[in-house]
Design a binder for this molecule. Structure first.
Ligand SMILES: [Zn+2]
Length: 248
């Protein structure tokens, strides 16, 4: 298919124009017009770009692209090397940030909830990207931690009483520790996101609501993969997901 068709299809399905975001959503770097192979990844790092171009990708689709608000706009240093690599290989970079977190089917939060067995009951947070709901059945925080370990193949950092029971949970992939107090106000027993800050520890201890930091990268692997799989099925494209072992 043509790059502009891919861009228009994803843009309309993810309702990109409805979001206020910190980065451009869509084609960030333009490569060749004809698309047969798409690579997906969480972050458009140099390692991902090199693996994707070695595989023969025509376009790389990511959650974390470039040109973030407040960053230096100059194309220097690692950004120069990454963009030079894409241009040299004539490969496009497409990035989808908040629209991909929020999507009701392929979104990071819906996909994360599915993988961990959470039942969504509603949304909260900025532009309704975060989810809350219940576990299939109440579990101790220790059991829930074990399930998250298995589901994400990574040990989360958990602040809370391991013997306490968790029935209601709120979750938001990535760096959503700033939503913890909104989650507490919803009356949940636990909040899961990717990263933790010092102040979250005190709020967890003083409210009794558990805080689970399951990894920024680890919690954001599922949205872009499911979008890539959907595009492959719908348009007959080849798709491969390029993962990285990221400790955060
Ligand atoms: Zn993120």
């Amino acid at each position: 298919m043509q790059l502009h068709e891919l861009r228009d299809y994803i843009g309309s399905e993810l309702a990109v124009s409805r979001f206020r975001d910190y980065c451009p959503n869509g084609v960030q770097v333009e490569g060749r017009a004809e698309i047969c192979r798409i690579a997906t990844a969480v972050t458009a790092s140099q390692a991902v770009l090199e693996a994707a171009t070695a595989w023969g990708a025509d376009a790389v689709l990511v959650h974390h692209g470039y040109f973030w608000r407040n960053e230096d706009a100059g194309i220097t240093g690692i950004k120069k090397r990454r963009i030079a690599h894409l241009l040299r290989h004539d490969v496009s970079l497409l990035a989808y940030h908040l629209p991909l977190d929020a999507h009701p089917e392929w979104g990071n939060n819906v996909q994360l909830g599915k993988r961990l067995g959470f039942i969504e009951q509603g949304r909260f947070g900025e532009q309704d990207i975060a989810c809350y709901g219940t576990l299939v059945q109440p579990q101790s925080l220790a059991q829930l931690t074990q399930n998250i370990c298995e589901g994400l193949q990574r040990t989360p950092q958990v602040i809370g009483d391991m013997n306490s029971s968790v029935a209601r949970i709120a979750w938001c992939s990535g760096g959503a520790q700033g939503y913890f107090e909104q989650a507490v106000a919803l009356g949940v027993d636990a909040f899961l996101t990717g990263e933790i800050s010092e102040q979250n520890v005190h709020v967890a201890q003083e409210t009794g609501v558990a805080f689970i930091a399951a990894g920024h990268h680890a919690t954001e692997r599922f949205g872009i993969q499911s979008l890539g799989q959907h595009l492959a099925d719908r348009f007959g494209l080849e798709h491969r997901f390029f993962d990285q072992d990221i400790p955060v």
